[in-house]
Design a protein around this ligand. Structure first.
Ligand code: ZN
Length: 81
């Protein structure tokens, strides 16, 4: 959906890209308990069936955070997602 702009559920090509902004709280997910760091989400919406997909913007800040977190085996993120 992100690259093909075709819905994987209904095959429609009526896909709308909504780029995330760090200024919009609805387009961010907290990465730390105190919400000091956020990941910003880009969304892809199917105008035909309503299916959506979300992707974190792969910023340097996110990549550094992810690299640190991946070193913690077995960690889950129920608190944040
Ligand atoms: Zn669809």
């Amino acid at each position: 959906m992100r690259f093909s702009f075709q819905c994987p559920k209904c095959s429609s090509h009526d896909v709308i890209e909504v780029k995330g902004s760090s200024m919009n709280v609805h387009q961010k997910i907290p990465l730390t308990k105190w919400s000091m760091k956020h990941a910003v989400l880009d969304r892809y919406l199917c105008a035909h069936c309503g299916y959506t997909e979300e992707y974190v913007q792969l910023t340097d800040s996110f990549s550094k955070w992810a690299k640190r977190e991946l070193k913690k085996p077995g960690k889950r993120y129920d608190d944040f997602v």
